[in-house]
Design a protein around this ligand. Structure first.
Ligand code: 5GP
Ligand code: MN
Length: 338
């Protein structure tokens, strides 16, 4: 954030404001952690602050401090609408374009307030009064930490804030192993531990609370995996029927896509998950090295994200989607075998 933006933020926050904080649809650990961490900070500073998620988020994040206060725009619509109407400041966290908020898109476009974006995705849209965008960052949680540092307020980080920010950094870096994990990331995380984040407990609460049905679903996913050595690619499909047979709950497929990349020689992995209710196939893309899945998802599957982790969708059937993929892959043979 440059000095001018820091001044603008200081002046916006110099008097008590009614603030809403909004993550992207299908929020993940980084989206929820950054929103909750920022919310506690703003409350401590004497503002009103409410987190509104466009829809629900996975159960493995529901232990996070103050997550009980989150308003789900689908479920607590009246309350959420009221907070939005009254808001004088809107923070948008962990996304680069209002379209990522699903049905909140239109409401936010029509809303007049000071918008502050904090995000690490590529190609940020220009809708905010202050845009703090940095694609080199490991996570939005690391950026919220920086944000507090810019405001000279690191000492207001409580155990709860530290826990929320630690969780988001941990989930968005694949437990501190992705390329975006810097020595600075580790310094931030070390400071968060010093300020009360119980790292071992956080890992357990996120990763070691599997249900038997989730592990069965993982078994199905792994046996469905198709490996295409000539494209150094592996992909997984899961149909709605397979999800139903294994008592699918939101969040159960989190991390499945990464198994493809654990195969020696594979640099491009995908998972295609049918969502009959929305009439789409939701896709996750992951890569290792220079192959940009952000570009791939943007160009072919109406999505985007980061160079090595992106998402997208298809409105075709599963069969047609895979046929489309096979056609597209043919044109990427040399890029995937540099
Ligand atoms: P995931 O595959 O875990 O859902 O998402 C991977 C990354 O891509 C995340 O940073 C996420 O925010 C982004 N992403 C996921 N789905 C979409 C999408 O439909 N459009 C865009 N632009 N980004 C997405
Ligand atoms: Mn993120």
């Amino acid at each position: 954030m440059n000095l001018e933006d820091i001044q603008t933020v200081r002046s916006i926050l110099s008097k008590p404001q009614k603030i809403v904080i909004i993550p992207h649809k299908n929020p993940d650990g980084d989206a929820i952690g950054s929103c909750l961490g920022l919310q506690s900070f703003l409350l401590e500073k004497g503002h009103e602050a409410t987190v509104i998620t466009p829809n629900d988020y996975p159960k493995f994040l529901k232990w996070m401090p103050s997550s009980g206060s989150i308003l789900n725009y689908e479920r607590e619509n009246t309350e959420a609408k009221r907070s939005l109407e009254e808001a004088t400041v809107v923070f948008t966290l962990d996304f680069n374009d209002l379209s990522r908020t699903g049905q909140l898109d239109k409401v936010l476009q029509e809303k007049s307030a000071d918008f502050i974006m904090i995000d690490h995705h590529q190609q940020p849209s220009d809708y905010a009064t202050v845009t703090y965008s940095d694609v080199s960052m490991s996570s939005t949680c690391e950026m919220v930490y920086n944000f507090m540092e810019f405001l000279g307020a690191l000492d207001t980080i409580t155990k709860d804030i530290a826990t929320n920010l630690y969780t988001g950094i941990m989930t968005d870096t694949g437990s501190f192993k992705y390329r975006s994990t810097s020595s600075r990331t580790h310094r931030v995380v070390a400071d968060l531990i010093d300020r009360g984040a119980d790292n071992m407990k956080i890992h357990q609460q996120v990763f070691d609370t599997n249900s038997p049905s989730r592990l069965h679903l993982l078994g199905v996913a792994l046996s469905n995996m198709v490996i295409l050595p000539e494209y150094r690619t592996a992909y997984i499909t899961l149909t709605q029927q397979e999800l139903d047979e294994n008592d699918f709950k939101k969040g159960d497929t989190e991390g499945f896509v990464n198994y493809g990349l654990t195969l020696e020689g594979i640099i491009f992995a995908m998972i295609f998950i049918e969502n009959r209710e929305e009439g789409i196939i939701k896709i996750s893309f992951r890569s290792i090295g220079d192959f940009s899945v952000n570009e791939f998802a943007r160009k072919h599957f109406n999505g985007g994200g980061h160079d090595n982790a992106a998402g997208g969708r298809s409105e075709l059937s599963m069969k047609e989607t895979i046929e489309k993929l096979n056609k597209i892959l043919k044109t990427y043979k040399s890029q995937l075998n540099p």
